[in-house]
Design a protein around this ligand. Sequence first.
Ligand code: ASP
Ligand code: MG
Length: 423
Amino acid sequence: MPEEFGRGYLYLHFRSMALVVQKFGGTSVADADRIRNVARRIVGTAQAGNGVVAVVSAMGRGTDELVALAREVSDRSHPRELDMLLTAGERVTMALVAMAIQDLGVEATSLTGSQAGILTTGRHGQAEILEIKADRVREGLAEGKVVIVAGFQGVDPSSKDVTTLGRGGSDATAVALAAALSADRCEIYTDVDGVYTADPRLVDVAARIQELSYEEMLELASAGAGVLMPRSVEFGRRFSIPIHVRSSFHDGVGTWVKEETMEQAIVRGIAHDVSAAKVTVYRVPDTPGVAATVFEPLAVAGVNVDMIVQNVSHDGTTDISFTVPEESLDSATAIAKEVAHKIGAGGVTVDTEIAKVTVVGIGMKTESGVAARMFRILADHGINIEMISTSPIRISCVVRGDKVGEAVKALHTGLGLDREADS
Ligand code: ASP
Ligand code: MG
């Protein structure tokens, strides 16, 4: 540090100034008014003496509309061109937000993911961030500008083609950028007030969770709580970036996702997912290597298999069931059929009318009996459990799709989450 600046002054200066990454989702930037509103919020943070990097999503349902347009033009898959198309959505927003900020008298510059140095793998539609150079982001900040970065996108350094990070990927852009810049925090602005004990559309007494650990958030996000993309939570955990999920429509405090939480809840929240489907390969010969033969080609095809159940064998054959996300169902079914034929299994059935309900809490690590309570509550409501899976802080059950609302409500009450909502 150059002596002439005076250490004391610099120290104070750095102390008061934080670097904040703010991410604004599609609904927060859905029209011109909301974009101006977002600009005011960013300017407010900057004028309070903070460095601000804003990551923006496509306006409203912009990405869905572009996907639909692509389907109208062609029914084949064009991974490279689709990414080219989809990255345009976030480019529209970043430029408009930068204009609105400049109109408020603050300097702002917008950058695409590629310009921001977000380097990814080449897997179109599902690229993973490898490295963030962020040189131009740092330059912009050093010039006193607010830097707006287009979410959800990067560039494959070997092909120089633009890539997208998967749906909801702007969250990953924001948290990864926060990590690369050693930001003090990452704020995720959205259309809800934070993370809830259950989906408030199903449970009217669901309450906002004040704080939860990365581990808990990761389990909830992976189990269908749509508020954060799971990969973004993974980045937060890996680089210890505190994440504040909050509303873009008011100034109220939202939910903090961070390392340590004051209270180690036994049950922190309930998530559900109606999008998964169950694939069963039946009458599989019960011999060594069969499971590997079924799941290897699924792995190669990038199918994200969630729960797996293999039944007890009768007469030398067994049934293997597994769940997959909706978007992978067609490829998973095709692969399963091919494998079934190869290994001489009976065949393949598909069930899309399932739902998964998941209970998460870090206190489960030390408290036993939560699974038994969960099963009893479902039983008392006449809800059949079709598959079960657990982690040290999570229990998931697959139930009939039309029972999921009742299951979530019953568990919210039965596991004591209603009471917290009152307080
Ligand atoms: N616009 C992209 C999507 O809708 C990315 C995002 O919003 O996070 O999935
Ligand atoms: Mg989102």
